[in-house]
Design a protein around this ligand. Structure first.
Ligand SMILES: [Zn+2]
Ligand SMILES: [Zn+2]
Length: 52
């Protein structure tokens, strides 16, 4: 296991949800903890939580 990132897969970016005004991310979803690591999960956008 290495920490080298695949350059073909750009890292997610932190955004603000227009619906709930809470921090969320845009991207593949594999880097959520890197862009939202400082935001407690309850304070993150929950709008897409129903999707499984
Ligand atoms: Zn990503
Ligand atoms: Zn939201």
């Amino acid at each position: 296991m290495s920490m080298v990132y695949n350059q073909e897969e750009p890292m997610c970016v932190r955004t603000v949800c227009p619906k709930c005004q809470r921090p969320t991310y845009a991207g593949c979803g594999a880097h959520v903890e890197q862009v939202l690591g400082d935001v407690p999960e309850p304070q993150r956008c929950q709008c897409q939580k129903k999707k499984r």
